[in-house]
Design a protein around this ligand. Sequence first.
Ligand SMILES: C[S@@+](CC[C@H](N)C(=O)[O-])C[C@H]1O[C@@H](n2cnc3c(N)ncnc32)[C@H](O)[C@@H]1O
Length: 211
Amino acid sequence: MSRSAKEWSSPQNALAYLNVADDLPHRSEGESVLIDHLSENTRRVLDLGTGDGRLIRLIKANRPYIEAVALDVSPTMLKSARDHFAGDSKVSIVKHDLSQPLPDLGYFDAVVSSFAIHHLKHERKHDLYEEIYDIINPTGVFCNLEHVASPSVELHVRFLKAIGYTPEKEDRANRLLPMEIQLSWLRDIGFVEVDCYWKWLEMALLIGYKA
Ligand SMILES: C[S@@+](CC[C@H](N)C(=O)[O-])C[C@H]1O[C@@H](n2cnc3c(N)ncnc32)[C@H](O)[C@@H]1O
């Protein structure tokens, strides 16, 4: 089991995050920009590291007809997602450790993720971006609302302070990588219109289109 899978499989860690998830400053701005960039033709969505399914719930608030796959490794998160989507046959819940290649889930109009991929090793992030490219439909999009690295220790500490954390309290599973590196990876893989579409300190929305 990967380090991040182990950390997040602890019910304590998962519940600690869920308890403060709504308090993360500015996250709703990033989420709303993400949702703005899902085209009206979006029918099938994959959410990587879905947690309790927060992003899918936000997307489905305006588009209840969407079919979604909610993927995570943490039993606590998966249970919470199952509870949230009980009775919604259009949402499937999948247990998977993202440190391993994606299982066969079919093709998607949008692959989304929020604050999850930064837990993976850098090489795995890159390979995952390639796998994502391969499963996006020709006019689809990848939207990653992500925790990225600060350019300096001072800015990192400023970010932690702004979200009510200290370096001691920081998530030990974090493996932060500068946004610019990830944008250039996405371009090299073949995504187009790649950019940071929204950012506040270490929270950045990276988007790339298949075509
Ligand atoms: C900070 S939470 C974000 C949850 C949700 N996306 C949200 O925005 O509220 C990070 C999520 O990534 C998941 N995660 C961490 N490492 C993972 C891994 N190796 N494979 C699959 N999911 C992982 C955790 O279980 C957790 O649900």
